[in-house]
Write a protein that binds this ligand. Sequence first.
Ligand code: PLP
Length: 419
Amino acid sequence: MDASALDEEKTESSPALPTRRRSDAADSVRVLKPRRAAPADAVRPTRAEVNLAALRHNLRVIARHAGRAKVWPVLKADGYGHGAPAVARTLERAGAEGFCVALLEEAVELRDAGVGAPVLVMGGYYGGAYEEIVSRGLVPVVYDLSHLEGLARASRQVGRPVDAHLKIDTGMARLGVRMRDLESFAGELGRFPEVRISGLMTHLACAEAPPGSEGEGFTAEQVTRFEEATARLARAGVSPPVRHAANSAAVLRGEALFDAVRPGVAIFGVSPLGPGGHGELRPAMRVRSEIVDLRTIDAGEPVGYGGLFRATRATRIATLPMGYADGLSRHLSNRGQVLVRGVRAPIVGAVSMDMSMIDVTDVPGVGLHDEVTVLGAPEGSSQGRDALSAESIAAQAGSIAWEVLTSISRRVPRFYREP
Ligand SMILES: *Cc1c(COP(=O)(O)O)cnc(C)c1O
């Protein structure tokens, strides 16, 4: 095992103390960093390994599809479970010109990690911490009067103007100014000269839909509405230099590219276009554990909570120290698979919180401490070419690859590899 911990998450395993110096003592809103298991904390053999070279490769693939549009990787939810600070530093050095996150806490974490590139905070919930946005030079997404009021106030307090991107709801019905409210929102902007609208954005609801489907038509509709919104806002005196709409699926299809793109899942090597959707991408994460217990049970004996599995033959049962609290979905009970010595071994019985059991009867030579691959490809060529993609695990669990990745919990330490 030549996985090397970069050690950079180490400090985050200590209790978060309010040591950060703040110039605005009067403002009581504090944004704390998320915490996660650090490599130094790893005792059990369950861990995630992130291949930094795969991230750089995926960035290059996406940049080629993006053409002249800039690539702003989306690193929300701790970089889709890969560890946002390490991912951001890697991609920034590889030329990423900006990043997007969902939460203000996530943006603060990137700044604390030394990321200097623009960070777009997309979620729109700022909890009143507008000064943090301005003083940290973050770019908030705005679509509500309260955003403008809060930012203008903070801008006056900090003494510098703030750039913001205006979000338009073109069909997602989640966040953003409604089409019918564009002119009135533009009218309000005049009251807040401290807030400069430097970008226009929208989000696509159906970019993953296959060509010819109804969903594909919906993307075209959203793009048309976005163009209409752009023109109407320009007539109202709002014409920012940058527009963006594309997520991973749109970029890979070459749709809605505009001036910048916001790929998330594709950065991590997962195709949003379904299994076999995009062979050029390389999965960046692998999750592995080890067999910590091994027993042979008789035909008729049950396994695990509720006796959900019952052996139909003499069966070798191996125990893994990984359960649903680590991100191994309970929906994989009696239906998921893992890889042991290059062989697919079925998950048997209910996945429990910290452990799960697999049937290794058909794995020749299986032994205690054998490596078990839960996601991704096994280490070393001796173990064969088979791999477990996030897409295939999602299909088994009745979920999507995005959820498989972001479910790997903070109990699982991330190790970073630079092959
Ligand atoms: C999550 C998200 C993205 C990235 O989506 P992927 O499908 O992972 O590429 C882009 N834009 C917004 C607003 C998002 O919330």
